[in-house]
Ligand binder design. Structure first.
Ligand SMILES: [Zn+2]
Ligand SMILES: [Zn+2]
Length: 256
């Protein structure tokens, strides 16, 4: 059995065939999916979706760093909280668009939004699904400034060995996606990721693995990602599946 720890099944790409997508996931052995929100509206949507697919789709409430420029209100996120919510996220830092730019004010807004959601997670004793792109230095600085470290995962991990060690030192998990089937960098990093900190995710509808690149991604492709990671690590797919499922259940304690 597999768990897709990060997919966006509430997105409009699935409006015409969502039930089939969930069914296909089940058939492929992907029994549970974690669906993070990316803003206030989508966080509301994932709560509704989780009600439609109880025990299959689990909601996380979060505001993506791309939203930081609109000054979203994290208090409103807090007001959506209920017993179904499995995590806070996705939240984090994304400096990809700020390359070669100082962009100090914009980065500060992202850092503040990230910090507020980390504190929300601590207050509710929930794990955090974190997004980090081209921002690892500030990312760990924000985390380390907290009164205590929340449990969490860096989803769609794109760092190198140094960032991996920094995550490991803080007992943070890392999620690997379908780009492991074509990314040179990931094929070099993944063998060094300890099995005990590894999670599987699709980030569907994005990052579709080979041989389906260019098509819409779905949770049913998790086994393709697992196969590639197992190969890179020189272990069986069964061991990889079992360990990553246990890891997901360890981090997201309300999965059952
Ligand atoms: Zn993300
Ligand atoms: Zn995402």
């Amino acid at each position: 059995m597999y768990i897709d720890t990060h997919c966006h099944l509430n997105f409009s790409q699935y409006d015409s065939d969502r039930a089939m997508v969930v069914g296909n996931a089940k058939k492929a052995g992907v029994k549970q999916c974690i669906n993070p929100g990316v803003d206030l509206h989508s966080s509301q949507e994932v709560l509704e979706l989780a009600k439609l697919y109880p025990g299959v789709i689990f909601p996380a409430l979060g505001i993506h760093p791309h939203e930081a420029q609109h000054d979203p209100d994290v208090q409103k996120l807090d007001s959506l909280m209920n017993d179904q919510v499995i995590a806070i996220g996705e939240c984090g830092l994304d400096y990809f668009q700020y390359k070669g730019e100082q962009a100090l004010g914009k980065k500060d807004k992202q850092k503040r939004l990230f910090d507020e959601q980390l504190r929300l997670a601590l207050r509710h004793n929930l794990p955090v699904i974190m997004h980090c792109r081209d921002a690892y230095e500030d990312f760990f600085t924000v985390l380390d400034a907290l009164p205590s470290l929340p449990k969490g995962t860096i989803h769609c991990f794109s760092g190198g060995l140094q960032e991996l060690r920094q995550a490991q030192a803080r007992k943070i998990f890392v999620g690997i996606d379908g780009n492991v089937t074509y990314s040179k960098q990931l094929s070099l990093t993944v063998p060094s990721i300890p099995l005990s900190m590894l999670l599987l995710e699709t980030d569907a509808p994005y990052l579709t693995p080979v041989p389906h690149r260019g098509e819409r991604n779905e949770p049913k492709y998790i086994p393709l990602i697992a196969k590639q990671i197992a190969q890179l690590k020189g272990i069986t797919t069964k061991v990889l599946a079992d360990t990553t499922t246990t890891n997901a259940q360890t981090l997201f304690t309300s999965l059952h």
